[in-house]
Every structure is written in structure tokens, then in C-alpha cells.
Design a protein around this ligand. Sequence first.
Ligand code: ASP
Ligand code: MG
Length: 444
Amino acid sequence: MYTRLFGRLRGELVASAPHRMQGASTPNMGRLVMKFGGTSVADIERIRNVARHVKREVDAGHEVAVVASAMAGTTNRLVEWCREASVLHDAREYDTVVASGEQVTSGLLAIALQAEGINARSWQGWQLPISTSEAHASARILDINGTELVKRFKERSEVAVVAGFQGIHPATGRITTLGRGGSDTSAVAVAAAIRADRCDIYTDVDGVYTTDPRVVPRARRLDKIAFEEMLEMASLGAKVMQVRSIELAMVHQVRVFVRSSFDRPEDIDPHVSPPGTLICDESEIMEQQVVTGIAFSKDEAQISIRRVQDKPGVAASIFGPLAEANINVDMIVQNVSGDGVTTDLTFTVPAADYERAKGTVDRAKGRIGYERLDGATDVAKISVIGIGMRSHAGVAANAFRALAERGINIRAITTSEIKFSLLIDAAFTELAVRTLHSLYGLDK
Ligand code: ASP
Ligand code: MG
């Protein structure tokens, strides 16, 4: 079964839908991917704990592929070493170095599984292979060959332990990595390739919450969230999973279950649904709330271009150079000109790119034509997300009123079908999030 991601695989997965399991943890499922993040494999004791989680699923009769991250802190250290060796280092060698963290944990986990009496084998990205683009340090998965894994499930009841985060660019034969947090994407891609019934993400939180519980203690864990909503949550600040992994799950309809790796495997009753959040197709969600969650990010900066000429080609002359500089522009708000000559244009960029973005616009000033550049980095973006917004009017208007009552000024607003985002002063972030969380009935 050699399956092509982004193309052929999609149809195949849809065709395989009938054998998908029903509930979040119905016993007697078939095939599982279990992904463990860095804190879950941080030392040998925790790796043993992971091995017992895997054993639990194997004993329940499942075919299992495990995807492992590097030990917590390891990738940071490897990245730092590359920087120390040379600030401007070769991205191919960076990948050679940073991919090693997952090589270690995949091998250790295979050893720990064998010690539990389980047949297990580790797989590096180049061995399967997991073929990727050549974009070193942020490669995209193109193909995964799951044939050998499936064969070994059947013939030897062998657990596959796949190193996350890494792949190979076939034409050059070089090791690649998928960008920070990329083992989530590895896990979903492996799940798609072997047509797993579910991809379990074991992590240091026990699911996806309506918002960050550190900011809103009354945040609730969601039982289910739709792919589209999760994609927005992840893109807009919730750090549970790599954004690309959700895109992939959505395209290939891979059901993803986020759960805690700190539960002791011995304490888990196989007949009871474990706590966690299922990320799934919206058709699987019975009671859809209007608002599902609230994401926020303080890593935003605002740039306003004052009295910019109001004529065709101006937006292109601003955002073209920013795109070339690889700066991600998010909210864009342009006023309709009053005098037909000039207008104001505001947009946001990641705070880390603020200076670079201002410099880029400044250098293009001759072509753009404007009077002044204003900016602010003490801003935050609050996003309200819910598929139910598609069929409900006035959801955003309620937020405007509630924030006004708290004296919170809104600098910019953008909306889409299933979310709206507000740019406010960073100092009001917590107050705004709490206010909206209560307003939409999300408090527990
Ligand atoms: N170890 C890699 C990182 O820290 C990949 C991952 O953990 O998902 O980014
Ligand atoms: Mg992670």
C-alpha cells in the first residue's frame, strides 16, 4: 500500500471510512498511531511509561505505530549548537543535527518496548521513507510508504516506532526536518498513510480547552472540536498542535485524539472513554455551540501606513515586498478613502518580524507613496472561533458591546465565516479573554 499524500490518498481514505471506529475509544478498534511529545519522553523512566501505554493498546488487540518526539529540551539544544558553530549555517547540516533527537528516542522506545516483551522496530524518516520537499528546516511531507509497516503488523505483530519531525528529500538523499513541532505532522501523515482509525496525541495537557486555562481558570476541556475550528485555534495562538498537522488531518480526514501522557497506563480502564479531545469532522459533532473557543496571541505587532495613495497597485506594492521578505501578514484593514486621494492602511505581523516589516515598507516608500508609518508592538489579537457562527448573526456585535462596557478599545477587526479577530491593547488581553469567555457561555 504505497500511498501518496495530497493526491491519491484522499480518495483512498474516504473509501476506507466505513471501518472507522465509532466512539472516541470504542474497544476493538483496528489500527492506531500513538504520538508522544518531548515531555512524555523526557527521560528513561517516562519512556518506560510510554512503553506501557503502547503495551496497553497492543494488549487490547490494536496494530500500533508510535511516533516519538525528541526528549524535552533536546531540539532547542541542538538548534543552539548549530547557531554556536556558525550563525549562518547550512540548512542541510542543521537538519542533520536536529533530526538526531528523534533518532535517539525512537531507538530508546523500541528498546523499552522490547523489554516489555513487545515486538518493536524503530524507523527513521529515510528508512520508510517519509519523502519530503527540499525545504530544509521546514520541509513538507509528500509521500509516506506505509507498506512495510502494515506488512509487519500482519506478519509479526510488530509495533513500528517512527522518528517524528524528520524525512528525506529523495532526489538529494538528504535528511530533512519539518519545522518546530513537526512530529505532530509526522504522526498525522503516518496515520493517513497506514489508514489508521485514529491518531492519538499524548501530550502534557489532557485535551483542547475553550481557551488557555492559565488565563481563564474556568476554561473547559472540549470533548470534540471540528477540524476547521482546531485549525483556527492552532493558527491563532493555541499551542496544542502544529498548524500543519491539523491541515493534514483535515485533508485526509484523520481523526485526532488529544490526551494526557501522564495518566498511569495501569489506571486506565479500557472500557471507559479516557479524558481528551477528539478533533474530527463537524458531522461527528452533535451539539454544536455557536462559539467553541477563544484564542489569543500577544506576539502581534501593528503597522499603520498613513495617507497612503488610494490608487490601483498600492496594496501590491506594499504586500509584495513583505511576501518576498517572507513576512506573514495577518489582519489587513484599509479604510475607504474620504477624499479619493489618500487613505490609511493597517496590518499586523508577528512581533518578531516588526522591525524587518517596517524596514521593508520603508524601503518601498518611493513606489508606495505615503506620508507616515506608525506602529505598535504592545497589541494582542483575540479570536473568537466557532462553526456555529456560519448560521448565527450578531455574534461579533455582542463582543463589541461587552468589551466597550469594560472600556476596552478595539483597534482593528477582521472576520471570516467561522471566526472574528480583534486587535486590542496587550494590557487588556486577560480581561478581554475572560469577558468573552463568559459572554459566550464557555465558563464551566
Ligand atoms: N523535536 C522537534 C521540536 O522540538 C519536533 C517536535 O517535538 O514536534 O520541534
Ligand atoms: Mg509539540
